[in-house]
Design a protein around this ligand. Structure first.
Ligand code: ARG
Length: 458
């Protein structure tokens, strides 16, 4: 007999049971569901809604059910549809009819919203800690590479040299925003919907705040219709997860490029690379590629959730059961990626000489020649044109700016003097960007200090 079977004259078609059941995936919520039920029953006791002895029997029974689910001895069935009714059935099996008092003043609609919030609170904290781990690896690479000059790119064309440490710090700040977004969203997740009932509240003199306090929530949802219909917190999480995935994926793309023979800027540790079944020489950046690839499924879950919610009338609709798999999969996808990323970044071998050689074989010091002429009084627009001519001549001569003689420079402008060679040296070029946020070594050191302070604060 179904828990809700009273008004039915026939058993449910088995295909309906299988199709509508969520137990296949919401069994992940078991511990949260039971945690919520224990708080609920303690509140029922405190408010004198059910007798003390009954409440204690129910709470103890719930602990037993929790153990049985954990060790796999409890049988969860599609016939009992979801984790909520499976737990209730198991409780009644355990302690008898008194278990039927648990659901007093509660509906699965506020119960499932509660479970989702309890699950997500933990997940957000875990994901945040994993992001911090990635930030720490990036910080270590930044600190180790404050003298490593690499070509900086725009349009994937060499633009101006930057410190590899500066490049690493760009990601530290991106992930810092992700951490801050997660922490901000946490405030909205951390409200208790319990007591909203099916949609309108309950006739029992419950104490919503007491349950909320017991479960560590900072408050309650203010409107019962909203409480059971709201999945904004899931959307927000998926949106934050999408942005985290974007950041990971951009870094993945750089790692894939940098570890190619064409760039040859880094080498991944053997423990974080894979080989080819056919080509013996191959060492592939599979982890970076797969993290980049899995970004698609995270975006997909965000779109899926938004689309499920779009057009749903208030209050609860069964459509909302679709909120779970995407959220679980997103948490697992991020967990996997972030856990791998920290050690993968930490163990990357940075090929300083190769980066250095790359910087010498390009025109990324051209802006500095133009700025030099500006320093001698030439308007920037004019110096830009002069340097364009110098670059063109170099290209025709198959050489770079530092291969020019002073006489050759002076044939373009007699403002150029012998100090130009130092000005155009890659390290000078980098350290000339001595502006807040810039790539000069002291400025990157400043960024490290700022980032570490922000990380401590969040
Ligand atoms: N399994 C359901 C879900 O995940 C629980 C809530 C069901 N409520 C209902 N009235 N059918 O959304």
């Amino acid at each position: 007999m179904k828990l809700w079977g009273g008004r039915f004259t026939k058993p449910t078609n088995q295909l309906v049971d299988e199709y509508t059941a969520s137990i296949y995936f919401d069994k992940k919520l078991a511990s949260f569901d039971i945690q919520g039920s224990i708080a609920h029953v303690e509140m029922l006791k405190a408010c004198g809604i059910i007798p003390e002895a009954d409440a204690d029997t129910i709470a103890a029974g719930l602990q037993t059910v929790a153990k049985k689910i954990e060790d796999g001895t409890a049988v969860l069935t599609a016939e009992n549809e979801d984790i909520h009714m499976n737990v209730e059935k198991l409780l009644i099996e355990e302690i008898g009819a008194v278990g039927g008092k648990l659901h007093t003043g509660r509906s699965r609609n506020d119960q499932v919203a509660l479970d989702m919030r309890l699950y997500l609170r933990e997940a957000i904290i875990e994901i945040t800690e994993l992001i911090v781990g990635v930030q720490e690896s990036l910080l270590n690479q930044a600190k180790a590479n404050l003298d490593t000059v690499m070509p900086g790119y725009t349009h994937l064309q060499r633009a101006q040299p930057v410190l590899f440490g500066h490049h690493m710090m760009a990601y530290v700040f991106m992930f810092q925003r992700d951490v801050e977004r997660l922490m901000d969203s946490f405030k909205r997740v951390n409200k208790s919907p319990l007591g909203a009932g099916a949609l309108a509240g309950t006739t029992f003199p419950i104490d919503r705040h007491l349950v909320a306090d017991k479960l560590g929530f900072t408050g309650i949802s203010e409107n019962s219709l909203d409480a059971v219909s709201d999945r904004d917190f899931v959307v927000e999480f998926l949106a934050n997860a999408s942005l985290i995935s974007t950041h990971l994926s951009r870094l993945c793309e750089e790692i894939v490029q940098w570890s190619s023979a064409e760039f040859n800027f880094v080498e991944l540790d053997d423990a974080f690379s894979t080989g080819s079944s056919m080509m013996p020489q191959k060492k592939n950046p599979d982890v970076a590629e797969l993290v980049r690839g899995k970004t698609g499924r995270v975006y997909g879950h965000l779109m899926g959730m938004l689309t499920t919610l779009k057009g749903l009338p208030l209050a609860y609709n069964k459509d909302m059961q679709e909120d779970k798999e995407g959220m679980f999969d997103t948490v697992e996808t991020l967990r996997g990626a972030l856990a791998l990323f920290a050690p993968m970044i930490e163990t990357i071998q940075v090929k300083k000489e190769k980066m250095d050689a790359a910087v010498r074989e390009d025109f990324s010091n051209a802006t500095d020649l133009a700025d030099y002429l500006v320093g001698k009084g030439m308007p920037f627009r004019e110096s830009h044109a002069v340097v364009g001519q110098v670059v063109l001549a170099c290209i025709n001569d198959n050489k770079y700016l530092l291969d020019m003689s002073l006489e050759e420079f002076q044939s373009f402008s007699n403002l150029i003097e012998s100090d130009i060679f130092n000005v155009l040296h890659p390290e000078t070029v980098v350290n000339a960007r001595d502006v807040a946020g810039g790539t000069a070594k002291n400025r990157v050191e400043e960024q490290i200090t700022t980032a570490v302070a922000a990380m401590k604060e969040s």
